[in-house]
Design a protein around this ligand. Sequence first.
Ligand code: ADP
Ligand code: MG
Length: 338
Amino acid sequence: MGNIIVMDELLSNKIAAGEVVERPASVVKELVENAIDAGSTSIEISLDEAGLTKIQVTDNGKGMDTDDAMQAFSRHATSKIKTEHDLFRIRSLGFRGEALASIASVSKISLWTSDGENVGTKVELEGGRILSSSPASIRRGTDITVNQLFYNTPARLKYLKTIQTELGHSIDLINRLAISFPNIAFKLSNNNQLILQTSGRGDLRQVLASIYGVSNVKKMVPFESESADFHISGFATLPEITRASKNYITILVNGRWVKHYGLNNAIVDAYHTLLPIGRFPIVVLNIETDPMLTDVNVHPAKHQVRLSKEQELMELVRKTVRTVIHRIQQPPEIKEKL
Ligand code: ADP
Ligand code: MG
């Protein structure tokens, strides 16, 4: 008799949680992305102690019926992809079917959901185990509360930073999601204090103004361009507005906020010598392309993306941003000749 056994699901979920659930902001990310995938037009995020004690996300999306509400916390349970074919054409933010199982394994959850047709459902879980489920009265949508994150993984709890740092991560995340989805009304609060609220009216400039301030956004210029494989658009600050880090650059690929070193550099390069050393612009870069040319299945947190034809894209970005920045930089008499 050998020594090898297949580990049970609760244990493997807890191991997977180590990758997906690093801190409160990672939970916020997964829950809000689920709300977005559910077609919500309004998403409210309410934290207590930066999410350490409570993370509640309420949406008005399509909700779940009772079967799905019970199934959603199983590992690899997803409604978003069904075949390998789908994996290479992903349009949703989620697809791994791992987040809820992972989060549930390291917290206490209460889920209220309704698809608006059948009676709603309430499910309570602790450490990944379903404690109870019952019919519940709720309007169409989902309300999920994650309590006492990492209550059963003390080492992870110990490595969290100060409340202020953890809150900063969640604020940054919601800022980026609000920028990615100007059509969705976001509301973020911590300990009942409102931090960010967007209207959901689809005006990206307005979203940027509520995040970066009206005066900075007045100094942002729009750009748009395309090549054979990519369509890009966005806003970039004139060189007089700078920041001490690249964190004010937001790159979206087909609506997903990603971190991409090469594209960051292409943007900064576009300013050439116009920026002081160590200073960076505020930029939103929106890239639309065939999902076949992208691969987000690099890491479970889906922060990275691999792109085919990366060189073509970086060149397009550099050229487009450079052109608008330099055109506006010219004194008026030269500008007229351009
Ligand atoms: P994934 O998002 O990768 O599919 P998750 O574990 O995050 O995996 O979620 C599992 C499933 O639960 C989703 O595929 C979706 O069907 C359902 N679900 C989760 N959150 C919501 C929500 N807010 N509204 C509607 N359905 C949801
Ligand atoms: Mg998900």
